[in-house]
Design a protein around this ligand. Sequence first.
Ligand SMILES: C[S@@+](CC[C@H](N)C(=O)[O-])C[C@H]1O[C@@H](n2cnc3c(N)ncnc32)[C@H](O)[C@@H]1O
Length: 478
Amino acid sequence: MQWDAYFCRMRRKNKRQVFENVEVVDAGAKGKTIGKAPDGRVIFLTNTVPGDVVDVQTTKKRKAYFEGIATAFHSYSDKRVEPHCEHFGVCGGCKWQDMGYEHQLFYKQQEIENNLKRIGHLELPETTPILGSEKQYFYRNKMEFSFSDSRWMTLDEIKSDEEITDRDALGFHIPGMWDKILDIKKCHLQQDPSNAIRLDTRDFAIKNGLTFFNPRHQHGELRSLMIRTASTGELMVMIQFHDDNKVNRELILNHLKETFPEITSLLYVINQKQNDTIYDQEIICFAGRNHIFEEMEGLKFKINAKSFYQTNSAQAYELYKLTREFADLKGNELVYDLYTGTGTIAQFVSKKAKKVVGIESVPEAIEDAKANAERNKIDNVDFFVGDMRNVFNENFIQTHGTPDVIITDPPRVGMHKDVVQQILNIAPEKVVYVSCNSATQARDLELMKHAYQVIKVQPVDMFPQTHHVENIVLLKKL
Ligand SMILES: C[S@@+](CC[C@H](N)C(=O)[O-])C[C@H]1O[C@@H](n2cnc3c(N)ncnc32)[C@H](O)[C@@H]1O
């Protein structure tokens, strides 16, 4: 672990302080754990588990709190477990791997209740216990790895006199360092052949002289690798290139096609922009189809490289079932599904509604939503594309009808206040608010609390080993 290098950097920025025998008492926002300084100020820690007793070196000082790192452990918490992953502590993902799963669930539930009470100032009914994930590893259906020609090196490598020639990496960003990539040997988040494909791609590229991306100077051929698996057994692989060399591009894609015949969708994109988002880029199909299928309750969902689909398919099913249960439709309702993605929730609840209207900003997702509905022989859904703030307006309501129930599932930033206001203007009997960020959910719900009562709160864990958690809230008009 590179704490020495980390401290050097921090020392330059801040006057550090050392606190001895600090008991770690809690865990919460952004996955940080919490201790108390002798003056009563909170210390946010990154490498401890509640119950540890540690010496802390501060890395940041603010008026109300410190940030710090445990440098010595006097005793270890009984909530600790052995992390599965050899990259734990350096990699930015799965930061709660050293805490037993039942404790992860406890702190997730607590975080949601705290946010709803402290940020939203809401009166809560008794919250239903969080629904844990059956699979606690290898649960993700989508992973994105970055290539880099400036691999994150271990302290031993830095200290060694030997010249390091192998600087290429394919893996994840080091937290807080946009240009440093940790080379990943085994990731415990996505089922095989995810690891095999990543390792093979890296080795083949190195052996054949393909260049890895340099984010500082913006050059190099290989930029990112996306792998999507599905419950149907289908498999999508997409390589993002920066510099385009047709011979090398075809060499590596043909190699993947031959080595992994189970790939049903082999794609690439040539992206020479500064950032690596693909939403404004043309995705090219090299072999197979340009999409894969997910399946849920007999419904088929077509997923292309740009589509949003919940990353834990098994828990997504639980989430959707609970959302449908909360909506408690009788068959005569007009339902709006805001932020519909590929129309999954809309189609999932459609059998129980008179009609469902879905709105989403990504045009490709809406194309898929329409194709999905047709394939699933669902004719009581309609989908519209555009920024929610613009599309979901008075005119739209007049044209498509006033909803009896609104289901909303916004991205992490939550809903724009104009969207919240529009829901208030429409004043449907019921709102089901699904969220992956209970802080923004609480902020939005506070704006609605004069008109709506929180009836049910159901946290669902979609992301074991991380602090992230999904939450469903049922609101009823007062
Ligand atoms: C958390 S996802 C929910 C998707 C869907 N409900 C599901 O479960 O698969 C949020 C969706 O909101 C879309 N989105 C983000 N910002 C938006 C905006 N301003 N207007 C409309 N849709 C937006 C994203 O593209 C994404 O599909």
